[in-house]
Write a protein that binds this ligand. Structure first.
Ligand code: FE2
Length: 293
């Protein structure tokens, strides 16, 4: 039995610098997952992620195309990330032993929609084709490795209230803003092999049109944990003036590839010295505290 420790970066929107790299060196997670919207198409953060000395998997979000419908900006981001990017594909990280499958890159949620930039880079892709690409990547994964899905926007089906993990909160009526191709792929993958975790961002935790925070974790009937990591801004300062850096944190217990479970999931805010200053616990396996989807 082993424990895999995953640090997750929710939508940075530019909030990534040397202090994050230094923190990761101190925290030493086994894997770093990055859910996209690094910036508005600037090359700095993809280049810095590429230089990190730990296993990294990343998927790009809608903001990563900049305001460039030609797709050239998106293409440059993809080129800079190189093998780190796992959109519509499989990235196997060995060591430590994790298969990461990427969902549709560049999504802005809302069911199924391809931006002009995504169409320019990847061509026209139907909902069914997208779901099949994700499912095929999971099928190609080494069955001996635990499998995690990495997406920019989460799947449809996690609730239609504004405060649900993918609920539309910026316009009335609230609705389910999750991606339908990803939901389809999740169902197909679950029929084939265990899927302990789906990680995504895009739908920021702080709700617009009213106050409050989004529900950022739920568990479905198959036992898959869905984690929205989009704490935006992820750089902040507490009332005492201390700098804060956000990471979502997940610990996977791997008994064997057929028996992988999320032991722990939380949002964590660290000081620059690596001290854990605030933690929002979302899921602990021994306690039935996580809400069903
Ligand atoms: Fe986004």
């Amino acid at each position: 039995m082993s424990i895999l420790r995953l640090a997750v970066v929710g939508d940075p929107h530019g909030a990534w610098d040397g202090s994050d790299a230094a923190l990761l060196q101190h925290l030493a997670p086994d894997v770093l997952l990055v859910v996209g919207d690094l910036s508005d198409g600037q090359p700095r953060i993809p280049a810095e992620l590429r230089r990190l000395p730990l296993p990294v998997a990343c998927i790009l979000g809608n903001h990563d195309a900049g305001k460039d419908p030609s797709g050239r900006t998106l293409e440059r981001q993809l080129d800079t990330l190189g093998e780190l990017h796992c959109g519509w594909g499989l990235r196997q990280l060995v060591p430590p032993g994790l298969a990461v499958v990427g969902a549709r890159p560049g999504t802005a949620g809302g069911g199924f929609h391809l931006s002009r930039a995504v169409r320019a880079v990847f061509g026209p892709v139907t909902l069914e084709e997208s779901a099949e690409r994700i499912t095929a990547a999971a099928r190609a994964a080494d069955p001996a490795l635990p499998l995690v899905l990495l997406a920019h926007c989460g799947p449809a089906g996690l609730g239609s209230a504004a405060g649900d993990p993918c609920g539309r909160d910026w316009k009335n009526p609230a609705c389910d803003w999750g991606d339908q191709d990803l939901a389809l792929a999740v169902r197909r993958i679950q029929a084939q092999r265990p899927l302990p975790l789906v990680v995504f961002g895009h739908m920021h935790h702080q709700l617009r049109r009213g106050s409050g925070q989004r529900r950022s974790l739920c568990v479905d009937r198959a036992g898959t944990v869905y984690l929205n990591a989009a704490s935006v801004p992820r750089h902040g300062r507490d009332p005492a003036g201390r700098e804060l850096r956000h990471f979502s944190w997940v610990e996977l217990e791997v008994a064997d590839p057929q028996a992988v479970r999320v032991l722990h999931a939380s949002h964590r805010w660290y000081g620059l010295n690596g001290r854990l200053l605030y933690e929002e616990s979302l899921h602990r396996c021994s306690l039935a505290t996580s809400l069903p989807c």
